[in-house]
Design a protein around this ligand. Structure first.
Ligand code: MEV
Length: 420
């Protein structure tokens, strides 16, 4: 008799099979059981349990003249502290200024083995109005909400492809399903009217038509540390910024720091962080080499900074509907539209970047991270939340505490507790 495929097995049978094959202990099964969440089994295939990631809020952020508290979901200890720290450094009347020039999602219909490049291009150009009409007929409600397919572009990509790009104003939605459906409808129309080989129809995550920008101007004296004056810190931040524009090895880490903040907000807001990640790194390579996404420079007594990246975030639909925390997070951040959300997110990215660069060019990154790293080291060796402060206290004297030292510190704390 054919075996039932794994995905068809009921939950308990799948879990038991896994437990048996991978020798999961009773304790491990209890962990899995305690994290199970009603409803999550309908979200993905082969559901086992729910992997919780901590959520916190970044404070001190002033964005477009408004104080904003930003929910962030991350497992990295220093991220929220750095965003809040960056926000504090950037405090001024308006704080971080953000802008979103337009917000359109691009879909592409890819034609393959195009042998009559000129002929097909001429046909598509001549039928632009018709193609836009077909595309806009797919979701008439989109037009009702002020959105719709705005324009199209034709690109020949050697040796034999042609991409018909549709630019869609998706309103407040993320728009992935919407754009995919529209592209498929246009592809069907093309196949009916032309002899073409449609390779695929899909949105593009390279959201160059949904760029978000954050800009700041901060008096250099605001950047001083205990040991370095503000003008020197600002100079060194600019040098670090220039270096990241020239060296891809540094640029990747520089951008990773920015994405620490951006991904954490994107996740808290129920959006697709993989889409944002891949778009951001493609954008970082737009000049032909991989470069930093942000730029810092000095004008007089002021450090200026700017960050632009593709950020096609949605305020409604998709996972925003699925996770109740998203609505709460939108309320905490007081975002009421997709553009608001894009602005807050890019602002956090810039604050995050400034905090990282300032630490790197002054005391070094480990200095500020140590307290948080000690906490996570203590947790990683099994300290309970009640034991963490005592374990951290014992590790504080070490410059590079190891897991073995953390285990020893925990054992010592427990032994001391027993004596009490
Ligand atoms: C660590 O997660 C992020 C940093 O490496 C970013 C940077 O180097 O700019 C500190």
């Amino acid at each position: 008799m054919a075996q039932t495929p794994f995905y068809r097995l009921p939950y308990g049978a799948r879990r038991d099979l896994l437990a048996q094959q991978r020798h999961l202990t009773v304790d491990q099964l209890a962990q899995i059981a305690s994290r199970r969440r009603a409803g999550d089994a309908d979200l993905i295939e082969n559901y086992l349990t729910t992997y919780g990631v901590p959520e916190g809020v970044a404070v001190n952020l002033r964005i477009n003249g408004r104080d904003v508290t930003v929910p962030m979901v991350t497992e990295e200890p220093s991220v929220i502290a750095a965003a809040s720290n960056g926000g504090r450094l950037l405090t001024s009347k308006m704080g971080i200024i953000t802008s979103v020039a337009r917000r359109e999602v691009m879909g592409q219909i890819v034609l393959s083995h195009v042998d009559d490049r000129t002929g097909i291009k001429a046909w598509l150009t001549a039928h632009q109005e018709e193609l836009l009409r077909v595309a806009n007929a797919v979701h008439p409600s989109l037009l009702g909400h002020g959105g719709g397919v705005r324009s199209l572009r034709i690109r020949y990509i050697p040796p034999h492809w042609m991409s018909l790009d549709l630019f869609v104003d998706v309103g407040e939605a993320m728009g992935a399903n919407l754009v995919n459906t529209i592209c498929e409808a246009v592809a069907t129309y093309l196949k009916e009217h032309l002899t073409v080989n449609v390779l695929m129809s899909i949105l593009s995550n390279y959201a160059t038509h949904s760029l978000a920008t954050a800009e700041v101007a901060v008096p250099v004296n605001q950047l001083a540390t205990k040991s370095v004056d503000g003008a020197t810190v600002a100079q060194r931040i600019c040098d670090a910024s220039d270096f990241a524009a020239h060296d891809p090895y540094r640029a990747v880490t520089h951008n990773k720091g920015i994405m620490n903040g951006i991904d954490a907000v994107v996740l808290a807001m129920g959006n697709d962080w993989r889409a944002v990640e891949s778009g951001a790194h493609a954008y970082a390579s737009r000049h032909g080499s991989y470069q930093s996404l942000s730029r810092w420079w000095i004008v007089g007594e002021t450090l200026r900074g700017e960050l632009t990246l593709p950020l096609a975030l949605g305020y409604v639909g998709g996972a925003t509907r699925v996770f109740p925390l998203v609505t709460i997070n939108q309320q905490i951040a007081q975002v009421t539209s997709a553009r608001d959300l894009m602005g807050v997110t890019v602002a956090v990215g810039l604050a995050q970047n400034l905090a990282a660069l300032r630490a790197l060019v002054t005391d070094g990154i480990q200095h500020g991270h140590m307290q948080l790293q000690l906490k996570s080291l203590a947790l990683s060796v099994g300290a309970t939340p009640g034991e963490v402060p005592a374990v951290v206290g014992r590790l504080r004297g070490e410059t590079q505490p190891t897991t073995a030292q953390a285990k020893a510190a925990l054992a010592a704390v427990r032994a001391a507790n027993l004596k009490k």
